[in-house]
Design a protein around this ligand. Structure first.
Ligand SMILES: Cc1ncc(COP(=O)(O)O)c(C=O)c1O
Length: 396
């Protein structure tokens, strides 16, 4: 089936957090066009919608379990897409990855221990650490003017501290939209192996990788690495079903898996969301979903090219880094010379576009904005048009 990602679908009044919670998140301008948060303005693949509709037609929505073949389907997906020989019995299902991150921190560390993260990074990473009474240990990414890189020397130093027991890695890197090479992953894994640091990798964006890149799953590097790895995966970003809250956490090491299980039981994270479980099965079993994904990747890439060309032509002082993955792009506004509050006000109030502010992600994120290009091109064009008008008015 050919999907029409150009089609504009009105999401207002659908309980969409992106569209309908702008009054809470952007009270200074609730009418701003939303390019924030990480879901897309596209319908999900038809087999998923059909499975959910079919189940919704049965009017009893009681407590649910996952389908018997869900574990196998998730493992087969890993093998097919990431060349990782993952086993079904390693999987723990949770209602989303963010709650799972919090459980990992609680399960694998003690109060007061350090958890290493690499800002700028998806902000729930630091929240998961702080909210569990652990210490955030920042290993800031380094920007070389084109790409954001891991600071390996510092990572080595931080990992040597015995109280730093866990590394939470976001890969592909959100918000800086990078895929790490096999060599970079090996360096991280070697540092963790040498220092007994557990390596939890959030691979939620791993399916949305552009054609010039190859994604390697950390756990696929070796059997040794697999034993210190926890891999968080989900079909939620891939197929735009984030509201259904269903993710698969792979934990090959049995001792770690038991610890994680104990924690998720305590937090009652194990009861499946009925529609999440229904969608999960369809997502990983119907071949049409993979066709959708291939078309989506190409459409998103064209959106990036459209945005990049538009910026170069009309707003050359705003730069977009070439993305390796995700529909979340990292825009560099630093040449405008605005302070952080002024930059936010410029985008939100003067231009009328809602982005995720770079500073929310920590590290050296100030002066950057994250834009979500998972939308029909006409919406993206409308947003860029607004930005251009404000840019020109200011005479940048
Ligand atoms: C890196 C990363 N992890 C996790 C999530 C959210 O996961 P979930 O909705 O399953 O809690 C997001 C959403 O933006 C994300 O970017």
């Amino acid at each position: 089936m050919k999907y029409d990602f150009d089609k504009v679908i009105d999401r207002e009044g659908t309980l969409s957090y992106k569209w309908d919670a702008r009054d809470i998140n952007f009270p200074e301008n609730p009418q701003a066009l939303p390019f924030w948060i990480a879901d897309m303005d596209f319908p999900c693949p038809e087999p998923i919608a059909e499975a959910v509709r079919k189940r919704a037609a049965h009017p009893i929505y009681g407590y649910s379990k996952v389908a018997d073949d869900a574990r196998t389907l998730a493992a087969v997906w890993q093998k097919k897409r990431n060349h990782w020989d993952a086993r079904p019995e390693w999987i723990e299902f949770t209602n989303g990855i963010v709650p799972a991150l919090s459980s990992m921190v609680a399960a694998f560390t003690e109060p007061g221990d350090g958890v290493i993260i690499q800002p700028p990074v998806y902000y729930p990473f630091s929240e998961a650490v702080v909210n569990n009474g652990r210490k955030v240990i920042n290993n800031n990414l380094l920007y070389d003017g084109e790409r954001w890189n891991i600071n390996f020397e510092e990572l080595e130093y931080l990992a040597e501290e015995p109280s730093n027991k866990l590394l939470l890695l976001c890969h592909p890197l959100n918000p800086v939209s990078r895929v790490l090479s096999e060599e970079e992953l090996r360096r991280i894994a070697d540092i963790c192996l040498k220092n007994n640091v557990i390596l939890a990798v959030d691979e939620i964006h791993s399916d949305l990788v552009y054609r010039h890149c190859r994604f390697y799953s950390m756990a696929a590097l070796s059997k040794e690495v697999e034993q210190i790895c926890v891999v968080a995966s989900a079909p939620s970003k891939t197929f735009n079903i984030a509201g259904l809250q269903m993710s698969a956490i792979f934990i090959p090491n049995e001792k770690l898996r038991r610890k994680f299980q104990k924690e998720t039981e305590k937090r009652v994270l194990y009861i499946a969301n009925l529609f999440g479980a229904t969608a999960f099965e369809a997502a990983y079993s119907d071949p049409e979903c993979e066709e959708y994904l291939e078309q989506l990747i190409d459409y998103l890439w064209e959106n990036y090219r459209f945005l990049d060309t538009y910026l170069k032509e009309h707003m050359p002082k705003i730069k977009c880094q070439k993305p390796d993955a995700t529909y979340l792009l990292w825009l560099d506004f630093r040449e405008l010379g605005l302070g952080d509050a002024e930059l936010e006000a410029f985008c939100l109030k003067e231009a009328g576009v809602a982005f995720d502010a770079g500073k929310w992600f920590g590290g050296d994120g100030e002066g950057f904005m994250r834009i979500n290009i998972g939308c029909p091109r006409s919406i993206l064009e409308q947003g860029l048009g607004r930005l251009k008008e404000a840019y020109q008015k200011r005479g940048f």
